[in-house]
Ligand binder design. Sequence first.
Ligand code: SF4
Length: 371
Amino acid sequence: MIDLPTLKPTKELPKENKYPRRKTRPVNVGGIQIGGDAPIAVQTMTKTKTADVKATVEQIARCVDAGADIVRVTVNTKEASESIGEIVKASPVPIVADIHFNYMFAIKSLEAGVAKVRINPGNIGKEERIRKVLSKAKERNVPIRIGVNSGSLEKDLLDKYGYPTDEALYESAMRHVEIAHKYGFEDLVVSVKSTSVPLMISAYRLIAERTDIPLHLGVTEAGTFKTGVIKSAVGIGSLLAEGIGDTIRVSLTDEPEREVEVGKEILRSLGFAQRNVEIISCPTCGRLDVDLFAIVGELEEMTKDIKKPVKVSILGCAVNGPGEAADADIGIAASKGKGLLFKKGEAIRHVKEDEIVQAVYDEIMAFEPEH
Ligand code: SF4
């Protein structure tokens, strides 16, 4: 019998997030509340041709599987405006119509049953067109997102500010908020996205300080997976940590379901969403005596669909292994060709290197989370 230490957690980890949220006016997007005290909703946008209903609906299903709460679809052509109704009917989550240039597509989308419309103030045109969209949205009880983008600001604002600034983004959004208010329309969400992380952070802060409108956060055209994930995590994450943000969309030059996965991970990292299996692993170093990359990779793949909150720590040696294992539900502190298995901080037994993955997996399956 090996004499194993019993470890107690070294620190209290927060059970729920500790970031107080900014108070916002709630809006209802097809049964999903945005703002107020609702959980932060994760959105994405389809990348198929909207007129291809089958491909679009299949893509929406993959996004929903990944955890999307709401999906946006471009309505950019006559064919798209004729297909959106069918997509709305087939989608398990609320659909948002994304509108640029042609206000009639917004009207048609509303008539087809979309749950929200996004309009871009920089290109939607005259006030009379906006009034018509607002009037139809009010009739259908559907909110509007005023989605400002630093790349498509109105010309007069670019002339006034010289280039896209935080105040220019704020003014563009508020100009359209005021138009909406003038016609008695208050069911609004605002976004002030930019490819520049400091600019979007600063612009969102202005809206947050000066209004109670719910905010849709995003870094626009954030780039390919690696760059986009980092920019989004920094931009969206910084604001969320300040309590700003009611719904998020990560923009990547990649599949939309990956945008959702990253969005969910940003929320989890701040404690805004429940984790499933969370694997904590060390970066490894010269002290390592097992193939930790392979162990962690295999375990991550095996547990990716398990829907229960279990914190698992897999560390390469005894330097931090037992300490991290004490804070985790299940842990491994590896040593030469084997690992010491911990459960709730208590060392259970040694496991041979080639049995670590299965042993941890079995413990995860048997684990009963506290409620
Ligand atoms: Fe290196 Fe051990 Fe730290 Fe992993 S836990 S990085 S192997 S010292």
